[in-house]
Design a protein around this ligand. Structure first.
Ligand SMILES: Nc1nc2c(ncn2[C@@H]2O[C@H](COP(=O)(O)OP(=O)(O)OP(=O)(O)O)[C@@H](O)[C@H]2O)c(=O)[nH]1
Ligand SMILES: [Zn+2]
Ligand SMILES: [Zn+2]
Ligand SMILES: [Zn+2]
Length: 247
């Protein structure tokens, strides 16, 4: 049970306290966003259920992108730094945040991580959120875009059952498409469910195993970076405070 969000249990975390937490979170998220704008870093919040294939997508992204761009990642799990180790092995310098009991990342955790990670040196910063289809969507981290990984094994109705996540998504990756011949799943029905709950639907079908769909995903990433480059660099009015780089 998450002791900051109470996972919607208003006896554990009363509504007024939850509201206060979210207001404070938004303030810190704006602060993170100013850092990213100032540093010209494209931050992407990658969310989805446990095991949806988030880390696998990033590992595959690394094989095509590390030659061309400087990538970094912050990975969150309740326990262990396994995802960060996987991504470091794949060539993406990564830092693990272990959240303990918290079932989502919040902006403060990301800000604290920035003090331990050379985020100014990267062009893309992937923030792999805790595997959870519910509360991560509620907490702004200061990211430029939200990407949701939803695997073909999760069931066609998940977007309808967990609409908040899809409502906030800029892009949904339907992952593990290579498994479809082994399943009774209708991918068109998954897409249809996503389109019902996503305000501006954008969906790519991918497989980190075969590389299917990765060309579109990588083009999407590149286009987002090009948009960032044509925007005038924000002059963040942040109170100066050091973001110490690891030596
Ligand atoms: N067949 C197949 N398996 C995949 C694919 N992507 C991931 N998997 C498998 O799915 C499992 C979960 O993948 P991860 O990348 O660890 O998923 P995750 O979303 O990062 O998991 P958490 O961080 O624990 O929430 C692993 O056993 C992967 O090998 C894929 O495209 N095809
Ligand atoms: Zn700061
Ligand atoms: Zn992962
Ligand atoms: Zn939570």
């Amino acid at each position: 049970m998450c002791d900051s969000c109470g996972c919607g249990d208003h006896e554990l975390v009363p509504v007024e306290i939850q509201q206060k937490i979210l207001v404070e979170n938004d303030r810190t998220a704006a602060h993170n966003r100013a850092h990213f704008a100032e540093g010209g870093v494209l931050a992407i919040n990658l969310m989805g259920s446990p095991g949806a294939g988030k880390t696998a997508v990033l590992e595959r992204t690394a094989t095509a992108f590390t030659q061309r761009f400087r990538l970094g990642a912050i990975t969150a799990d309740l326990a262990t730094d396994r995802d960060a180790l996987r991504l470091n092995r794949a060539g993406i310098p990564s830092l693990a945040i272990t959240t303990g009991t918290a079932c989502h990342l919040d902006a403060r955790m990301v800000h604290d991580a920035l003090h331990q990670f050379p985020w100014r040196d990267v062009e893309y910063l992937f923030i792999e959120n805790v595997g959870n289809l519910v509360c991560p969507a509620v907490y702004d981290l200061g990211q430029a875009f939200n990407v949701v990984a939803l695997s073909v094994t999760e069931g066609e109705d998940k977007p309808l059952k967990y609409p908040t996540m899809f409502h906030k998504a800029d892009l949904v990756l339907i992952t593990k498409h290579d498994l479809v011949p082994h399943l009774e799943v209708d991918v068109a029905a998954i897409e249809d469910a996503i389109r019902r709950v996503m305000p501006d639907p954008k969906v790519f079908v991918v497989s980190a195993r075969t590389g299917e769909g990765f060309e579109r995903w990588l083009k999407w990433l590149e286009a987002r970076r090009e948009e960032l480059l044509v925007k005038p660099r924000a002059h963040a009015h942040l109170r100066p405070h050091p973001h110490v780089h690891p030596s």
